[in-house]
Design a protein around this ligand. Structure first.
Ligand code: NAG
Ligand code: NAG
Ligand code: NAG
Ligand code: NAG
Ligand code: NAG
Length: 310
């Protein structure tokens, strides 16, 4: 589509400089269009959307998806019936593509080796090739683990070395350090990215070597733009890293909570016992009163023993 647009603009009879300007503008436009990529997460299925409702209305047609000009999927329809399908690596399109017009390509699992690939859908009529009906670029990403920072003191000098380590992500991230919210001096940071064996995912190790006093906060940030991912680890130059402090805080909080709850429970139980005692006392008193009255009544009813003796 982009190429067509550019050729159309270039063919117009205009002054050379205007042509050049148009071409430049066109290039910008094309670059802008190509920026719109589909993001695939490593190991997850990816869908490269392509809708072409008018295609299903034709008879006897075949389509081909190409990855960087190499065919990865081909399908032929004969009067609404799928005659032949061929694919590489189990890629596919919806089975109802001709009726729905949904010719989106599904990749079963995104892999870093697909990163930056251009996928295009072509309509084939015999050996005839058309301009692509859909063109899509694919970007691949994977999340990094939260980085871990550890400090290594050297005995010979006052310099401290901090190591920041993370792995499992893609593409290569931007790693930067801050010492008390300020950039460390030039040349103090050294970062290495190596591929994890058996995958194209990265293992990142960054090293900061600085001469700093105690009681500063050092942070290591791993920025992975395609994934919108910014991971930071803060390290406090003291015996306890910040993370441990947070857990200590949690510990104190939970202890206080436990004590408060215990006090409340004891107060409740004590109050209940108190209530019970009061009600028992009252019952006893009323019982006593009753017994007393009963005895009085009984005495009144019973004939005086002395009188019977007499
Ligand atoms: C489609 O192709 C088949 C043979 O491949 C042919 O018999 C049929 O007439 C064709 N249909 C149309 C509508 O062109
Ligand atoms: C096209 O097909 C895919 C895969 O079946 C589906 O996920 C997607 O929602 C469909 N798109 C539309 C617009 O129907
Ligand atoms: C390709 O198809 C178009 C129409 O779809 C036709 O004009 C053109 O001549 C065809 N080219 C070849 C080489 O068959
Ligand atoms: C990443 O590299 C570091 C330093 O080379 C190494 O210690 C670590 O084991 C590696 N991690 C993985 C997951 O391979
Ligand atoms: C990243 O953020 C942009 C803009 O907020 C959003 O369009 C895009 O889908 C996000 N990507 C991911 C992987 O979350």
């Amino acid at each position: 589509m982009c190429a067509l647009l550019c050729v159309g603009e270039g063919a117009m009879p205009v002054a050379p400089w205007r042509g050049a300007a148009l071409l430049l503008c066109c290039l910008c436009l094309c670059a802008g269009l190509e920026e719109e990529c589909v993001l695939g997460i490593v190991g997850k299925p990816v869908l490269l959307p392509c809708l072409h409702p008018s295609l299903g209305k034709s008879w006897n047609f075949s389509i081909e998806w190409r990855k960087n000009d190499k065919a990865v999927f081909r399908s032929l329809w004969d009067e609404d019936e799928n005659v032949e399908t061929w694919s590489v690596n189990h890629v596919r399109i919806p089975t109802d593509a001709p009726s729905s017009g949904n010719f989106s390509l599904e990749l079963p699992s995104a892999h870093p080796k697909h990163d930056g690939s251009q996928y295009s859908l072509f309509l084939l009529s015999g050996d005839n090739q058309s301009a692509p009906l859909c063109t899509m670029c694919l970007r691949i990403g994977a999340s990094f683990r939260v980085p871990q920072v550890e400090r290594k003191d050297s005995n010979e000098s006052d310099e401290s070395t901090y190591l920041c380590q993370t792995s499992g992500g893609y593409p290569q991230p931007v790693v930067y350090w801050l010492v008390n919210s300020q950039e460390p001096p030039n040349g103090s940071v050294w970062t290495e990215a190596e591929e994890l064996p058996g995958s194209h995912l990265y293992n990142i190790t960054s090293q900061l070597t600085v001469n700093i006093s105690k009681d500063v906060t050092v942070s290591c940030t791993v920025d992975n733009p395609p994934m919108n991912e910014t991971l930071t680890f803060k390290y406090r130059e003291s015996r306890n890293p910040v993370v441990r402090r947070a857990s200590e805080g949690m510990w104190i909080f939970s202890t206080v909570l436990c004590v408060v709850v215990a006090i409340m429970v004891f107060a409740g139980v004590y109050y209940q016992i108190h209530l019970d005692r009061i009600s028992k006392k009252r019952k006893k008193e009323s019982l006593k009163g009753q017994r007393f009255r009963y005895m009085e009544a009984a005495e009144a009813l019973m004939p005086e023993p002395r009188e019977t003796d007499v």
